[in-house]
Design a protein around this ligand. Structure first.
Ligand code: F6P
Length: 323
């Protein structure tokens, strides 16, 4: 009997997940394995919501955002009972391994499940937040920052025309990777991230100095998870000190959708290919990532318990460059 691999996508969708699914399916079929797609993440695993995937199932999806398998955030999988049901479904479908694509919640679930029930799991980093240790970039991050950047560039036109201060909130949950990248690429006057303490007086001072210097626009990128609050809260506090009129834009879910960039498709294709190779080599309980161009395998627990550092020098650089 042919060996069988299951694939699921879990948590928030991320552009490039489909490219990863395609790479896994095509690599697995090439190597003589069968592939089953599990719908809606761990929820589908619990409920035996499973379809067979062949060459055609993954045709014409490399360029599509979202995930053809659907995804979900599943509370039941966090319980012993839920995992027990999922294990039964794995046995019933004779799955030799499940490749799980998602963020920190997905890796956390994978760690618990594989340890408690002895199942063979391999992870792929799929989240726009880029907050997983064990890979330079997660699948979806590049697309998200490019989408956010397009919005920032458009807002810059209005900010300059009206000489207004803008606070633009980006996603990232508890991490500031999106904010930093968009801040640097968008020429922001300041960025606010959860990894560094936020000093409202300093932000107010930066804005006032910029106005004195004759700068026409001030754009502050705010990571949604900052300890000082969301963009609106921070904007209100800053206004109390500067008196300057402001506008707030929350970019929200437009950052999560859309066609994956070339970088995301390339990363997803490589990681999908190497996930199957990892299966072939009986390497389980790890997330496949890429660091400095090399494929690396990181135990599930490390991917979310070790904090991936943000690049401090970029934080400082943004302020100097916008000077
Ligand atoms: O993890 C991806 C992400 O888009 C975060 O940036 C954001 O905080 C969260 O998901 C939103 O979650 P939900 O899709 O459950 O609203």
């Amino acid at each position: 009997m042919k060996k069988r691999i299951g694939i699921l996508t879990s948590g928030g969708d991320a552009p490039g997940m489909n490219a990863a699914i395609r790479a896994i399916v095509r690599t697995a079929l090439y190597k003589g394995y069968e592939v089953l797609g599990i719908k809606h993440g761990y929820k589908g695993l619990i409920n035996n919501d499973i379809v067979k995937l062949d060459h055609h199932s993954v045709a014409n999806i490399i360029q599509r955002g979202g995930t053809i398998l659907g995804t979900a955030r599943c509370d039941e999988f966090e319980t012993e009972r839920g995992m027990h049901r999922a294990k039964k479904v794995i046995d019933k479908n004779k799955l030799d391994c499940v490749i799980v694509i998602g963020g920190d919640g997905t890796m956390r679930g994978a760690k618990e499940f594989s340890e408690k029930f002895g199942v063979n799991l391999i992870g792929l980093p799929g989240t726009i937040d880029n907050d997983l240790y064990g890979t330079d970039f997660t699948i979806g991050f590049d697309t998200a920052i490019n989408s956010a950047l397009e919005a920032v560039d458009r807002i810059r036109d209005t900010a300059s025309s009206l000489e207004r201060v803008f606070f633009i909130e980006v996603m990232g949950r508890h991490a500031g990777f999106i904010s930093l990248a968009v801040g640097l690429a968008g020429g922001a006057e300041d960025v606010i991230i959860p990894e560094t303490p936020t000093d409202i007086e300093e932000i107010a001072q930066t804005i006032q100095n910029n106005i004195k210097k004759g700068k026409k626009s001030n754009i502050i990128i705010v990571a949604e998870g900052d300890e000082a609050g969301n963009a609106l809260t921070i904007a209100r506090k800053v206004k109390k000190l500067t008196g300057e009129d402001y506008r707030v834009a929350v970019l929200g879910y437009i950052q999560r959708g859309g066609a994956p960039t070339a970088n995301d498709r390339i990363l997803a294709s490589k990681l999908g290919y190497y996930a199957v190779e990892s299966f072939e080599n009986n390497r389980f309980g790890v997330m496949v990532g890429e660091i400095e161009g090399k494929i690396v395998y990181t135990p599930f627990e490390e991917t979310y318990s070790i904090k991936k550092p943000v690049e401090d020098h970029i934080y400082k650089m943004i302020k100097i460059l916008s000077g």
